[in-house]
Design a protein around this ligand. Structure first.
Ligand code: ADP
Length: 225
């Protein structure tokens, strides 16, 4: 059994004649430990596919299964539980809470898991050190560069020791060199933590770091390597 098994998955928005087939008949398996890059131009369906994989959305038709469980037919609370315990997310806009420090942003992600406050603080500090920002723990996002904010977001995505990390255009708001560093960090840390990594990007260069490239165009996928 693969980690993810997608069978003829479609996600449409709106009604005919204005229906948009954002994801259109995708069948795809992802194995544990892979670093998969979903690559395609803007509007090709990358975010929608990532949201289906990450249990943030449900397919209109077809099956998205994770470890043999059909995510599309789970209750909202069961799906929220899978997201919280097994998935980590990194976004283009970093999505840090502006009024919380770097450390508190990570602690906040751990709060719903029921881990004790002392342990939350310890894990937050450990994760910040892993991304090279141990000394930035008390800083607010506004006191950090874009690359540093994204590193905090990477640290936060790893807080719960997830089995899968999803990153949606994680370099879209960064210059090329900083973006490359973020991709390398994601690749390295997901390996260290034994997590599978799925990154959506429009940038061919960034795809080079991955173990597998899946091209997406008009909602259709195609294996590249
Ligand atoms: P990408 O991430 O590759 O830029 P998206 O998955 O965001 O692509 O979008 C794929 C297509 O689906 C686009 O045409 C987009 O406008 C459309 N789309 C995505 N989300 C919605 C939505 N919530 N409502 C309507 N159309 C949507």
């Amino acid at each position: 059994m693969s980690l993810f098994e997608l069978k003829d998955v479609s996600r449409t928005f709106g009604k005919a004649p204005n229906e948009v087939r954002a994801v259109d008949g995708v069948s795809l398996d992802i194995e544990p430990g892979e670093f998969v890059c979903l690559i395609g131009p803007s509007g090709s369906g990358k975010s929608t596919l990532l949201q289906l994989l990450g249990g943030m959305d449900r397919p209109t038709s077809g099956v998205v299964s994770f470890e043999g469980q059909d995510l599309g037919s789970m209750s909202d609370s069961a799906l929220a539980g899978v997201r919280l315990k097994t998935f980590g997310f990194v976004f283009q806009q970093f999505n840090l809470i502006p009024t919380l420090t770097a450390a508190q942003n990570i602690e906040a992600a751990l709060a719903p898991t029921g881990i004790k406050p002392d342990d939350r603080r310890r894990v937050a500090q450990e994760r910040l050190e892993e991304v090279g920002l141990g000394e930035r723990a008390p800083h607010l996002p506004s006191q950090l560069s874009g690359g540093e904010q994204q590193r905090v977001a990477v640290a936060r995505s790893l807080a719960n020791d997830p089995r899968v990390i999803f990153a949606d255009e994680p370099t879209g708001n960064l210059d090329r060199r900083t973006g490359q560093e973020i991709i390398e960090l994601l690749g390295w840390l997901s390996g260290e933590h034994g997590a599978t990594l799925v990154v959506a990007t429009h940038d061919q260069e960034l795809a080079k770091a991955s173990s597998r490239v899946v091209a997406i165009e008009d909602g259709h996928t195609e294996a590249v390597r």
